[in-house]
Design a protein around this ligand. Structure first.
Ligand code: AMP
Ligand code: GLY
Length: 423
């Protein structure tokens, strides 16, 4: 079969790498892809911000299966359009993707279905923010309602700061259109976990759990990023907790969406805070996480095509996945200055030496390839990933590989999975 992956990040490289292992695939395309993906799939140009551009590509390829990586094409309705034309596509419809594209929709949905989440207020004006602040204690969280590429969440130390941030969001200066409505939220504390499930609109099957590292600096310091590294082990949550999360969070979401007429198919990413009051939903993503997908797929032993088809065809069950007991980790190497401004076009060296380390796979994110050489082309450049029976070994292998890679300005966190190793 002919398969098309949409996207150009480390997540898409991991999807391509895993899909290529399926005996069912005869032709694999990625659009637009990146330097590393080009070694494993045919990369084609596309504008992921334009539904017309993606549909044109579909018309040209007529893929048997399309896997949508990032949220933007999903929220534009790629799955609706492809499905209407008879091209099987994995992921939620535009209506179902509202769980990610509108934080106010997600919060009201959670409340309607009594799924645990932080207390909140939805505000459309500075006056509403001022009135709502009376019901919160500092610190508190201010969120832009719409998609803001990771820049739409601010943890405010005081109510004054919260009011100030909310005002900047509302007047469009901070995140444009995405901030014309804001959500104020109680600030939760605890361990964050990325709990992903596969859904066919009715049933769900959990993927192995991962933990992300959002802050740029060691010890969770500095600004938030798209994610600087992630790991996955059997022990992030135990089986009992995993069942609880399926029964009290994932399944009620999928049943609730169906009851409301927006059946949710695809991967549902539940960003959770494990608080002293129990697990609570911080956010939903309507797609695979990045970088969580890298360590998650490194542990997948069964055929990914089968699982994605089960979602599209309405036959999801735990049997869709067979997982390794091994641990896995992904360390993100980023451009100097990321998540702020950074330069691109820096030559990357040491990739072959890194790939030769046992159990290591280097996923490319912001890279391009010219005349056989790789260059940086984005903020997050590489996801240096490793798998081993023990987390400590996997982490050691990933860092051994990172040390072999160089590019001007490269930086990465030295403490990915550090807290788990100390436990
Ligand atoms: P979101 O885009 O909603 O996932 O938020 C990005 C990050 O902000 C999360 O991964 C958390 O680290 C943090 N965050 C979001 N909501 C809250 C909250 N209610 N309490 C504490 N931290 C939060
Ligand atoms: N790693 C967080 C995300 O994919 O949104």
């Amino acid at each position: 079969m002919k398969v098309l992956v949409l996207g150009n990040g480390g997540r898409e490289h991991a999807l391509v790498w895993k899909l290529r292992q399926s005996p069912r695939i005869s032709k694999l395309y990625c659009a637009p892809g990146n330097g590393g993906i080009a070694d494993e799939a045919d990369c084609l140009p596309v504008d992921l911000k334009s539904l017309a551009s993606i549909v044109d590509l579909g018309e040209q390829l007529r893929p048997d299966l399309t896997v949508v990586g990032p949220e933007l094409p999903l929220t534009l309705g790629v799955v609706d359009e492809f499905t209407r034309r008879g091209w099987a596509a994995f992921g939620p419809t535009k209506a179902a993707a509202r769980l990610e594209s509108s934080k106010s929709f997600a919060k009201e949905f959670l409340q309607r279905h009594r799924i645990p989440t932080a207390a909140y207020a939805i505000c459309d004006s500075v006056e509403e923010v001022r009135a709502a602040l009376a019901h919160f204690h500092a610190p508190l969280v201010v969120k832009a309602d719409g998609l803001a590429a990771g820049k739409g969440v601010v943890i405010a130390a005081s109510k004054e700061e919260a009011a100030d941030v909310a005002a900047q969001m509302l007047n469009g200066k901070m995140v444009g259109e995405a901030g014309t409505r804001v959500v104020l939220e109680e600030c939760l504390t605890g361990d964050e976990v990325s709990f992903l499930v596969l859904s066919d609109g009715e049933r769900v099957a959990p993927l192995v759990v991962a933990q992300d590292h959002k802050r740029v600096g060691d010890g969770d310091t500095g600004p938030n990023t798209g994610g600087m590294g992630a790991y996955s082990t059997q022990t992030i949550v135990d089986d009992e907790m995993r069942d609880w999360l399926v029964h009290h969070i994932a399944r009620p979401v999928v049943e609730g969406m169906k009851a409301e007429g927006a059946e949710y198919k695809g991967v549902l990413y539940c960003g959770l805070m494990m608080t002293a009051r129990g697990p609570m939903v911080l956010e939903f993503n309507c797609r695979f996480g990045d970088p969580e997908t890298q360590p998650i797929l490194m542990r997948l032993e069964s055929d990914l095509v089968e699982a994605l088809e089960a979602s599209i065809e309405g036959r999801v069950s735990e049997g869709n996945f067979r997982w390794s007991q091994d641990a896995s980790v992904c360390v993100v190497m980023a451009s100097g200055g990321y998540p702020g401004t950074f330069e691109v076009g820096k030559k990357i060296g040491g990739l072959d030496e890194a790939a030769a380390v046992e159990g290591v796979k280097v996923f490319h994110a912001g890279t391009s390839k010219q005349n056989g050489e790789f260059y940086t082309a984005g903020g997050r450049v590489l996801g240096v990933s490793a798998r081993a029976a023990e987390l400590e070994t996997a982490v050691g292998r990933a860092y051994q590989a990172c040390e072999k890679i160089w590019f001007d300005g490269a930086h990465y966190r030295k403490d990915i999975a550090g807290r788990a190793l100390r436990k």
